[in-house]
Design a protein around this ligand. Structure first.
Ligand code: C2G
Length: 149
């Protein structure tokens, strides 16, 4: 059985997350998601709309996901790989080449899958007026005059 592991906050679950999880599962037989706890999100500087339990419940409802475990520190990844006998760690391409993951190549395969363009939790929050606009690498800024039709 080929065991896949991925990490994330997965807040305001959207099709970019789903497409990542689907492709990650297609690389093996068993997909483990290490889900950032609320406390770890504080360390990451992320404010999730849903708390850990709710985000966990939503991930467990996804057909591609076999197990959800807590992600509590940056440093736990190697223990996770060993403890869960992981063959492949998968992340979206925004993590490609990151020191947070590259060292795992000595212990398992590390695969970066293309990030789904045009959607992000930040974009959803912005468009719902829940967050001030920030510059996005995956968004072409809309010139203001276009909105004055
Ligand atoms: N993702 C994607 N396409 C998007 C948005 C997200 O492929 N449009 C991927 C990300 O690349 C990541 C996963 O979905 O692999 C989860 O995204 P986040 O919840 O934003 O994860 P992040 O906060 O980057 O957490 O230790 C690693 C961190 O916990 C990763």
């Amino acid at each position: 059985m080929k065991r896949i592991l991925t990490y994330g906050t997965f807040d305001l679950l959207h099709y970019g997350h789903i497409r990542l999880l689907k492709r990650a599962k297609e690389l093996g037989d068993y997909l483990i998601v290490a889900l950032s706890t609320d406390e770890f999100n504080d360390i990451k500087g992320k404010k999730a709309y849903h708390n850990y339990e709710t985000r966990k419940e939503m991930l467990e409802a996804i057909r591609y996901v076999d197990l959800v475990i807590p992600e509590e520190t940056w440093e736990q990844k190697l223990d996770d790989v060993k403890n869960y006998h992981v063959d492949v760690v998968v992340m979206g391409s925004d993590w490609a080449g990151s020191d947070r993951f590259e060292y795992l190549n000595d212990y398992c395969e590390v695969v970066y899958l293309d990030r789904t363009e045009g959607i992000s939790t930040t974009k959803i929050k912005e468009e719902l007026g829940l967050q001030e606009p920030v510059n996005h690498v995956d968004q072409i800024p809309t010139p203001r005059f276009e909105n004055q039709k």
